[in-house]
Design a binder for this molecule. Structure first.
Ligand SMILES: Nc1ncnc2c1ncn2[C@@H]1O[C@H](COP(=O)(O)OP(=O)(O)OP(=O)(O)O)[C@@H](O)[C@H]1O
Ligand SMILES: [Mg+2]
Length: 627
């Protein structure tokens, strides 16, 4: 089992903050995209799963539209019946006109209460729908991203993946909960308001109608401007927070290198920039709000002017004029909201397009049609490379025609200068990457013909950076086998001879490892990863030895644990310590992606080549280490 395959993905973030920070400086991703049916259909399929809720929301919306439209009607009727023509009220009810005013006010109060109650249940339903949609999309994204291979994570920045699950999902959420129901409401309300305006006085209604498109396009335009300005604010803010996060996590380095003043200046610069962006957004906003006000006032002036003239000409009553004013407000509001919804839709298009592109990206390493599980026969498995060439970028190979064989149950040490291809070789054995030519064979079978699940189950990878997940020591040890009993965990530690080390921690095996294992020493972290591999019990053990030096005592302990871990398995060890190299059955010396020497320790030393030179380095590194 690749006990740390997930680790490699997350490992690009010891400077997680750094990656996110630079992510903000990436080339811009589109904020709005044109409407596309193929994307809308896919989004609708997410909403369709919760159609009951969606239908309820539309119903609530219609109810709200009716209530909202009735309010101006109630005002208009009350004025018409009790102020303009009180005799009609008295004839109709036999009551005083003042009673009519109370009745009108009461009706409006009842409508207000009804509005409040319906709005409440509607908001609950809207939020529930939003959460469901967000959950479904995030769930799909998470599951999918986990299946992607390493080359994807090499290509795509962490910040990009994060923004699919945050900003883009939020844009889609807004559209999912708003667009359909609110369009229904506001088209309904707008049409009703316009119809009433025409019924009161068609020439005046036609004059005001012209303002509709102006308002609609004006709003769309302003809204885009504003969204753009806020986006810039958001970006400078994320740079600011990333900088704070980085400063806090790197505070020791900062203090050690007396960088406080330089960092403070950099931070002040970021703050200045952020303030400037905020001010710009405020300026755009400041233009936007008066635009509304102005259009409202222009409309009110027009209505008064033409309305008064129409009243004096006997074409219209006072109640109708007031009703007209109120309906004009409702009409304009609907137009503005519809313009907003259009922008929300286009923003969701942009977000959804990116989300779906990620969901559609296929891992390049998948089980072929003939892939069969690797049998668990002998304790160790045989590994063979035949003329393997591989490059992360196929045009630039980092391994050139590498051939070697590791008989079952034996061990091989890979040594060589930094960048010589040791980690890359190990990556090919767990098929984290696919080689371009030659053959990688496990137990004599081509690695492509072995099902990935069985391959990963039988290979254990302990990475150079000893990545630990948040949680306890115990959680980390049984990472590969979450069902492993406490007994199994203890016995694995015991066999490795490190139970004592973990028990000496403040809360024993239940001690928290801290963020990325920061609560443990390097040696302790290494032992946790060994215990993790021990519990996973793979047939092939791959260890990319940590380069950091540990004290002699810990070194000894790690060596003993490693020896136990290697027992009865095939081991491929990227060795940085002499003591490890000497324990391996064969040594392969890599240089710029080629095997330049191979053999036993004594043999290679006597040859006086690259290994002999490396040996001197090893000796220097291992100085004082127990061997
Ligand atoms: N994810 C990657 N994408 C592109 N190139 C890579 C990637 N990882 C490694 N390389 C390149 O491949 C070459 C071999 O790297 P590799 O990690 O195998 O070296 P290594 O022998 O393990 O070195 P070290 O001892 O420093 O760990 C290097 O030139 C490196 O720059
Ligand atoms: Mg390496």
């Amino acid at each position: 089992m690749s006990v740390q395959t997930g680790a490699a993905a997350a490992a690009r973030g010891p400077g997680g903050a750094l990656v996110v920070a630079s992510g903000a400086q990436d080339e811009k991703e589109a904020e709005f995209r044109p409407f596309r049916w193929s994307i809308a259909r896919r989004l609708l399929s997410y909403m369709w799963r919760h159609r009951g809720l969606q239908v309820r929301i539309v119903w609530y919306g219609l109810l709200l539209a009716v209530i909202n439209s009735l309010v101006p009607e109630a005002v208009k009727q009350t004025i018409a019946l009790t102020i303009e023509h009180p005799e009609r009220w008295t004839a109709l009810t036999g009551l005083e006109p003042e009673h009519g005013l109370f009745a009108g006010a009461g009706a409006i109060a009842v409508l207000g209460l009804a509005f409040y109650l319906v709005m409440r249940v509607r908001l609950m339903a809207v939020n529930a729908l939003g959460e469901h949609v967000v959950f479904d999309i995030r769930h799909d994204l998470f599951r999918h991203v986990q299946t992607l291979d390493m080359s994807f994570f090499d290509r795509v920045r962490l910040g990009r993946v994060l923004s699919r699950g945050t900003g883009d999902v939020a844009a889609v959420r807004s559209a999912a909960v708003q667009v359909i129901p609110r369009t229904v409401i506001h088209v309904g309300m707008g049409v009703f308001a316009l119809a009433r305006m025409f019924s009161f006085d068609w020439p005046l209604a036609s004059a005001l109608c012209v303002m509709g498109p102006v308002l609609y396009f004006g709003n769309t335009l302003f809204d885009r401007h504003l969204t753009g300005a806020y986006r810039v604010v958001q970006e400078s803010f994320s740079r600011l927070t990333a900088n704070i996060a980085e400063t806090v996590s790197g505070v020791r380095v900062t203090q050690a290198f007396v960088r406080e003043r330089v960092n403070a200046e950099l931070f002040a610069e970021l703050c200045d920039h952020h303030t400037a962006n905020n001010m710009r957004a405020a300026r755009v906003h400041g233009m936007y709000i008066p635009f509304y006000e102005l259009s409202g006032q222009v409309a009110a002036g027009l209505i008064l002017l033409f309305g008064g003239w129409r009243i004096s000409g006997g074409h219209m009553g006072l109640a109708e004029l007031i009703g007209f004013l109120l309906y004009t407000g409702a009409f304009f509001m609907s137009v503005i909201i519809l313009a907003d919804l259009y922008n929300v839709t286009l923003q969701a298009m942009a977000g959804a397009e990116r989300i779906f592109a990620l969901l559609d990206s296929r891992p390049s390493i998948v089980d072929g049609p003939d892939a069969a599980p690797l049998e668990r026969t002998a304790k160790g498995a045989e590994i063979e490379f035949r003329g393997v060439t591989f490059g992360y970028n196929p045009g630039r190979p980092v391994l050139h025609g590498v051939s070697f064989r590791v008989p079952a149950g034996t061990s091989v040490a890979l040594v060589g200068h930094t960048g010589s291809g040791k980690t890359s070789t190990v990556g090919l054995i767990s098929r984290l990457y696919a080689h371009q030519s030659g053959e990688v064979l496990i137990d004599g079978r081509r690695i492509e013909d072995i099902s990935l699940a069985s391959l990963h189950e039988q290979t254990g990878l302990v990475l150079q950076d000893n990545f630990l997940f948040a949680g306890s020591v115990r959680d980390n040890i049984r990472f590969a086998r979450p069902d492993a009993s406490d007994e199994a965990v203890r016995s694995a530690c015991e066999r490795l001879g490190c139970l004592g080390v973990f028990e000496a921690l403040p809360r024993g095996l239940d001690s928290d490892v801290g963020e990325r294992g920061g609560g443990l020493s390097l040696g302790q972290r290494q032992l946790v990863t060994f215990a993790r591999a021990m519990v996973a019990d793979p047939r092939i053990l791959m260890l990319d030895e940590a380069t950091s030096a540990v004290d002699t005592f810990t070194e000894h302990r790690i060596q003993l644990a490693l020896e136990k871990l290697m027992e009865g398995r095939t081991s491929v060890i990227v060795a940085h310590r002499l003591s490890t190299v000497r324990r391996c059955d064969q040594i392969l010396v890599l240089d710029r992606g080629r095997i330049v020497e191979r053999g036993g320790h004594g043999e290679l030393l006597a040859a006086g080549g690259v290994y002999a030179e490396l040996y001197r380095e090893f000796v220097r590194l291992s100085e004082g280490a127990v061997d």
